[in-house]
Design a protein around this ligand. Structure first.
Ligand code: MSP
Length: 518
């Protein structure tokens, strides 16, 4: 059985992770955890993009060699994700020898098949974006659209990739959804790019950038950082499996990773759509990768804004997740990271831009985490305690779920049980399968709400007073079982909270989301 293969972009090492990076990585983490728990397992790949001019310049500024610089900084990234409990299966660095070997095999194969050819040219290049830009894309003052930088003029002899030979095929694959792109607006943008005659053959090597993977058949050249970067999605699996690719053909390589390959989901930001939706499939087609082995879906996120602009190291307006997490760690029992995860996923529908302020987080913390999650748990567990009922005494069958208000007031205990159903869980699962975490969270909130409504409807305190123990027990079992299911569905989204909730259900006297002091 193939496991769910999910990737984040690999991040440039010109700074430390900020909220924008945390966002994509958290989405991938939630989906990987979901698939491990509810489906056939996951392979979750993340890492760092270590070559190119941008990283070389950052190293120079710090007076160290690029290798020293990337060795130090990639550890910072890896440790940040580890500290945040990000459940990646492999952390790929593009300076990894397996990665380099794969890239050299790729460029050699493209040369052998005449998919690349040498050409002299002059163009504008933005180092911040590691991308060629055209005059028409520039902002006021001749600046790069995403960076406060003026592009450089580059005059070089390079090797060009015959993108023009593959555009029609990639277009067809996107239009017939062999490669899905979400949201729709980004799919349309990719289609526009593929129809745009200006998007043509492009340079895949650099002559004057020494910090890169050497081109095996031309010692003057290194690989363009973006080609190098995209192949991390393949080399990451090979490196994890520790496969020596030196004597293997690409077909044999793909055969060794078929329990994971192809990618089910690439999570990317909207600024790197062209690379993933146009260049990446075109390269794979040029290498002879069959259609069914191309990436299945590209999920394109919007930007975290700060002061109305993209949060970015180059712009200097970054918020780091740790600051927010520490604040909430001080209030809860180490749930700061979970709270931030919840809020960013609950606040931003994937694809939209958005910003997060401390006030916004506090608002959602109080209205949902305290008032719905915390409150429902303490209400149900408080009643169970008062009525002398323990979770394990009630013989809870994991997986049952009620359908609250359809239950008739006078229904017998058996009827109450018959009305258990799995609708909410199924709804949650179908959102998650479609990567709609925002809606999945909404479903969980509805589940909590329905428990509250049910309590109001059945008035268990009256049943207790009237000595209607049989019905009271049936209802309490129902509610406790529901809480258990909430733990299951919340686990991929807030794993530490789920653990605390389990301890609560086991009868420990702890508090999950305390009210903030005014
Ligand atoms: N190294 C390339 C990606 C190579 S993938 C084969 C790169 N790196 S990056 O560090 O500049 O950006 C990595 C990802 O972070 C991109 O998807 C980018 O969109 C995302 N973000 C960077 N700043 C962001 C925000 N302010 N908000 C949301 N995501 C943003 O591009």
């Amino acid at each position: 059985m193939k496991s769910f293969f999910v990737t984040t972009p690999i991040y440039y090492l010109n700074g430390e992770p900020h909220l924008g990076h945390y966002y994509a990585t958290t989405i991938a983490d939630v989906l990987a955890r979901y698939n491990r728990k509810f489906a056939d397992g996951a392979f979750f790949l993340t890492g760092t993009d270590e070559h190119g001019q941008k990283v070389a310049e950052a190293a120079k500024k710090n007076n160290v060699t690029p290798q020293e610089y990337t060795d130090t900084l990639s550890k910072v990234w890896e440790n940040t994700w580890k500290d945040l409990g990000i459940s990646y299966d492999y952390f790929i660095r593009t300076t990894n020898p397996t990665h380099k070997a794969l890239c050299q095999l790729v460029i050699q194969k493209l040369r052998d098949s005449d998919d690349i050819y040498p050409q002299k040219y002059e163009a504008l290049y933005c180092v911040g974006a590691e991308s060629f830009v055209t005059q028409s894309e520039l902002r006021e003052g001749g600046l790069c659209p995403d960076h406060d930088e003026k592009p450089q003029i580059v005059l070089e002899k390079n090797y060009f990739f015959r993108l023009s030979n593959y555009k029609a095929k990639v277009l067809e694959l996107i239009e017939n959804n062999t490669i899905q792109i979400s949201p729709e607006s980004r799919r349309n943008e990719a289609i526009e790019l593929l129809k745009n005659p200006e998007v043509g053959d492009f340079s895949v090597t650099r002559e004057k950038v020494s910090w890169g993977i050497p081109v095996p058949f031309d010692t003057e050249q290194t690989l363009y950082v973006w080609i190098d970067a995209l192949f991390n999605y393949m080399s990451g699996i090979l490196a994890k499996k520790d496969i020596d690719i030196n004597s293997l053909s690409l077909d044999e390589i793909l055969d060794t990773i078929k329990d994971i390959w192809p990618p089910d989901l690439h999570i990317i930001g909207k600024d790197i759509l062209k690379f993933h939706a146009v260049y990446w499939p075109a390269f794979l087609l040029a290498l002879g990768v069959p259609e069914e082995n191309l990436p299945k879906k590209i999920l394109v996120t919007g930007f975290f804004l700060s002061d109305g602009r993209k949060m970015s190291k180059s712009i200097g307006n970054v918020i780091v997740p740790q600051d927010i997490i520490e604040y909430f760690n001080g209030i809860t029992d180490g749930l700061g990271n979970d709270i931030l995860r919840y809020v960013i996923l609950r606040e931003m529908r994937i694809g939209n831009d958005g910003d997060i302020t401390k006030e916004k987080i506090i608002g959602i913390y109080e209205s949902e985490l305290v008032n719905k999650f915390g409150n429902t748990f303490s209400r149900v567990l408080g009643m169970a305690k008062k009525y002398g009922m323990k979770f394990r005494d009630l013989d809870i069958h994991h997986g049952g779920r009620h359908n609250p208000l359809q239950v008739d007031e006078d229904a017998s205990v058996n009827e109450v049980e018959i009305n258990f159903d799995l609708d909410s869980i199924k709804r949650y699962q179908s959102w998650m399968i479609n990567y709609q975490i925002y809606e999945a969270i909404h479903t969980i909130n509805r589940m909590l709400l329905s428990i509250g409504q049910e309590i109001e409807f059945y008035k268990p305190w009256e049943l207790y007073k009237n000595g209607n123990t049989e019905k009271l027990e049936a209802l309490m079992r129902n509610w406790l079982e529901s809480l258990h299911q909430i733990v299951d569905v919340i686990d991929p989204i807030m794993p530490s909270t789920a653990k605390l909730m389990e301890r609560l259900l086991a009868g420990e006297n702890i508090h999950i989301f305390p009210r903030l002091e005014k």
